[in-house]
Design a protein around this ligand. Structure first.
Ligand code: ADP
Ligand code: MG
Length: 268
């Protein structure tokens, strides 16, 4: 991390700590700056929708939250803790791989492409991480998998392989698999973009249920109906900056910036 990182002040406590806090987050790939100073805050329990044109940096931002990319400057906190670093006095130490792995356990991520393990059944996909990573015993993990499959409406698919499931069903298994690790934060990166239109609704219903259960969710999506109905906050990102943010209904109905208006006129 560069010297632009402010090293000295502690996380603001008092009241509840935000689940995610970004302060001037910059990320470059080589000479290409993809995130140009992102500031935002995701409160615990909220559904935070992130929209914006292709290439605006949405996936990169999610990957930074999930320790898959290192930021170049600024500060990024998850649940009050700096991502990638441990703070001791006024010094920062880079986390070891094992420490990063521990933190990543608490964050569930669902991608556009349902990347289930193809050689494992739905149930096996779900029990894999709890058994391998958390050391949960097999019987308990299986019982939990059964409950989770029920929750996503796939109680009868425990023994099916991904190739035997529709895209929407695979995506619901992917959500169940992420939930099996009891994450405190769920990241969704265009979870319905690769689905046939008739399969989108079932996945959004599962996400809506999850939101109602109080899960903190960051959702990158082009589903403006979902953002409007389920979202608590909405951010419009373009070219690596937050252009506009607010309550979804407000931003979607009455966008203030020309760039937001132009984007929404294309997707709504
Ligand atoms: P979005 O998700 O909003 O479509 P991305 O975060 O995927 O945007 O990408 C933002 C920009 O960063 C794009 O120009 C993309 O080509 C570039 N980018 C993303 N990942 C990498 C990488 N690993 N190496 C180089 N460039 C990348
Ligand atoms: Mg993306």
């Amino acid at each position: 991390m560069t010297d632009k990182l402010v090293k000295n002040d502690a996380v603001p406590h008092g009241g509840s700590v935000p689940m995610v806090k970004a302060e001037g987050v910059h990320k470059s790939f080589g000479s290409v700056e993809v995130l140009k100073g992102i500031d935002l805050e995701v409160k615990s329990g909220e559904v935070f929708c992130l929209i914006g044109p292709s290439g605006s940096g949405k996936s990169t931002f999610l990957r930074c939250i999930n320790h898959l990319e290192k930021i170049n400057a600024g500060r990024l906190y998850v649940d009050g803790e700096l991502v990638g670093y441990r703070q001791k006095g006024d010094k920062l130490y880079e986390l070891k791989d094992s420490e990063v792995a521990l933190k990543r356990r608490d964050i569930g991520m669902v991608f556009q492409r349902f990347n289930l393990f193809p050689h494992m059944t739905a149930a096996e996909n779900i029990i894999e991480a709890p058994i391998q990573v958390r050391g949960t015993n097999k019987a308990q993990a299986r019982e939990r998998a059964t409950q989770l499959l029920e929750r996503v409406g796939l109680a009868d698919k425990a023994g099916s392989y991904p190739s035997q499931l529709s895209g929407g069903q695979q995506q619901r298994v992917a959500i169940a698999r992420a939930l099996a690790m009891d994450p405190k934060l769920m990241l969704f990166d265009e979870p319905t973009s690769a689905l046939d239109p008739e399969l989108v609704g079932d996945v959004l219903d599962v996400m809506r249920d999850l939101a109602e259960s109080g899960m903190t969710m960051i959702v990158v999506t082009h589903e403006m109906g979902f953002a409007r109905e389920v979202g608590d906050s909405l951010v419009f990102m373009d070219d690596g900056v937050v252009v506009e943010s607010g309550h979804p209904r407000e931003v979607l109905t009455n966008p203030q910036h020309e760039r937001t208006q132009s984007f929404l006129s294309k997707v709504l």
